[in-house]
Design a protein around this ligand. Structure first.
Ligand SMILES: *[C@@H]1O[C@H](CO)[C@@H](O)[C@H](O)[C@H]1NC(C)=O
Ligand SMILES: *[C@@H]1O[C@H](CO)[C@@H](O)[C@H](O)[C@H]1NC(C)=O
Ligand SMILES: *[C@@H]1O[C@H](CO)[C@@H](O)[C@H](O)[C@H]1NC(C)=O
Ligand SMILES: *[C@@H]1O[C@H](CO)[C@@H](O)[C@H](O)[C@H]1NC(C)=O
Ligand SMILES: *[C@@H]1O[C@H](CO)[C@@H](O)[C@H](O)[C@H]1NC(C)=O
Length: 491
């Protein structure tokens, strides 16, 4: 029909009812293998056409290229790489030449490539998993280094986020890592989620007020925490050293783009309304910013006393303060590291954030445990660690984490955090709970009738003797990654 119309040209409108305009002359289609018009100097074949479809070309595949086997003299092995794969020793591939995904052998399997050596070295437990890993576990790791960095105005800072777009398993919490240069602002704003924050570096001034007209102002330093409940507006300005901080939101779909910014509030309302609301004329608003400011440079603030703007309702009383000077807390010390807990028992306003900051000594391990009511969101501040997530039915997978990474462990999956670096591993466990809680596997078995444990796991009497009745939190270890006997703790 189409070709008939084409040959009829202008007369086609007479023959096809309803066709008002004549059809343009369509060019004959190019044969699939024809050379399309290309830039000067283009050569070669863009498409080879159907003649290469399988079965058509008698040839012997193995003669077309050399061996893909990477011979042993072309690669190195990490200590422990040839040991029994069930031991699942940590493989430090960081200085290994041309690392290969070998577990429990010396020669294979190899990876001839294509590949990215840096990812393989950073994730040896994905590249050469312990034989005890099995089944499917959703990805539990997101490096902020793979997040898009949104820059502020005039080099004032940046922010990058992790939400369910980056880490689909992280349904209950999302994170933001933000930098403010000296005196820069994160624009006045509020949001629909609660915002829990840990100061990572530098210092910051916060100001806010609540529904009752009570005011809040405070300065925070690295290690301190703030929390702004849903809908509470706030001001954030870096002090003279600048700052970097971490934000955690109680919704996995949180996005920085859903922040309610004061510039957009003003831009999105009639000027007459602004004039009436602020008891002035519309001329007062001729210099409003166009578009959002978000992160932008600021001027040095006065001292905190001079900036303290309090109304008749006074200040937000300390028991409902939005800040907590966590940096001033001495941690709880146990063999193998330290832990500090910040939950509503100490910081009531953050009534659904229960957080632990662990520092695990090199080679030591946050013991095997799980949480009863909440998923766990992690942020690694220092060191390198590995974590095996155990879920049902019959699934476990081991992930490697470095400083700057986010981790996520759904409730009630069991896990540990083993510090595999030469420096302490510092990381955050964030739970949405009114009290920090965990079930220690060792303590659970220590509090179970001995004969039940013996009959179930076939453990010897001396192992049963050593099961703890108190919560260890951390167990000491060794920086020797091939050690397998911890009968006597080695630090
Ligand atoms: C804070 O920033 C300074 C300057 O870059 C850096 O030397 C220091 O290590 C940072 N502190 C932490 C805790 O990362
Ligand atoms: C704070 O600033 C105000 C006004 O600039 C000044 O009068 C006051 O002395 C300052 N206070 C301190 C403790 O520096
Ligand atoms: C701000 O002023 C109030 C009294 O109006 C006072 O109670 C509060 O301590 C002051 N805050 C700071 C940080 O100076
Ligand atoms: C590490 O531990 C293994 C097993 O106990 C031992 O054979 C090896 O000598 C140790 N390596 C070092 C460097 O201490
Ligand atoms: C583990 O170490 C303990 C203490 O040094 C020792 O008594 C025990 O024999 C060792 N076990 C094995 C299986 O080597």
């Amino acid at each position: 029909m189409k070709s008939a119309i084409r040959t009829l040209g202008a007369f086609s409108t007479l023959l096809v009812p309803g066709l008002a305009v004549p059809l343009p002359q369509a060019p004959e289609p190019l044969p699939a293998t024809a050379k399309p018009p290309g830039p000067p100097g283009a050569s070669g074949v863009l498409r080879a056409g159907p003649s290469l479809i399988g079965y058509g070309q008698p040839f012997q595949a193995e003669q077309t290229s050399g061996s893909t086997v990477v011979p042993p003299y072309e690669f190195g092995l990490a200590p422990g790489q040839s040991e029994d794969p069930e031991l699942g020793l940590y493989l430090d591939l960081s200085n290994v030449r041309n690392p290969q995904p070998i577990r429990g052998g010396a020669k294979s399997p190899t990876d001839p490539g294509p590949r990215n050596y840096d990812y393989d070295r950073l994730n040896s437990d994905l590249f050469a998993p312990p034989a005890t890993d099995s089944g499917d576990i959703p990805n539990a790791k997101w490096p902020f280094g793979l997040s898009h960095n949104r820059h502020g105005l005039r080099s004032a800072g940046w922010a990058r986020q992790q939400n369910t777009d980056q880490l689909p398993v992280a349904k209950a919490m999302a994170g933001v890592n933000m930098r403010l240069e000296p005196y820069a602002y994160l624009e006045l704003h509020w949001h629909s989620q609660g915002e829990w924050s840990l100061m990572l570096n530098g210092s910051v001034r916060l100001a806010s007020s609540n529904e009752a007209g009570e005011a809040f102002i405070d300065d925070l330093q690295a290690g301190d925490v703030w929390f702004f409940p849903s809908g509470i507006p706030h001001s954030i300005q870096a002090l003279e050293a600048g700052c970097e901080f971490l934000l955690v939101f109680d919704s996995g779909s949180f996005s920085e783009d859903t922040t309610f910014l004061v510039s957009e509030l003003f831009e999105g309302n009639p000027r007459e309304v602004l004039a009436k609301n602020f008891r002035t004329s519309t001329a007062s608003f001729s210099n409003l910013p166009h578009g959002q400011l978000y992160i932008f440079p600021g001027s040095p603030p006065g001292n905190i006393t001079s900036q303290n703007s309090t109304g008749p309702a006074g200040i937000i009383p300390p028991e409902r303060s939005y800040s907590y000077h966590w940096s001033l807390q001495e941690p709880y010390r146990v063999p193998g590291g330290t832990v500090k807990i910040l939950d509503p028992l100490s910081f009531p306003i953050a009534d659904n954030f229960a957080v632990a900051l662990f520092s695990i000594d090199p080679g030591a391990m946050r013991e095997m445990h799980w949480h009863t009511t909440s998923d766990e969101w992690n942020y690694f501040l220092a060191g390198q660690a590995r974590v095996t997530v155990f879920d049902v039915p019959e699934a476990s997978r081991t992930f490697d984490f470095q400083a700057g990474d986010v981790g996520y462990i759904p409730v009630p999956d069991a896990h540990y955090v083993e510090c595999v670096s030469d420096v302490p591993c510092v990381y955050l466990e964030v739970l949405l709970a009114d009290m920090y809680n965990d079930i220690s596997v060792a303590q659970w078995l220590g509090l179970t009738p001995r004969q039940v444990v013996r009959d179930t796991l076939m453990l010897s009497e001396d192992v049963l003797d050593r099961l703890p009745k108190v919560k260890p939190f951390i167990f000491p270890g060794s920086t020797n990654h091939t050690r397998t006997n911890y009968t006597v703790d080695v630090v």
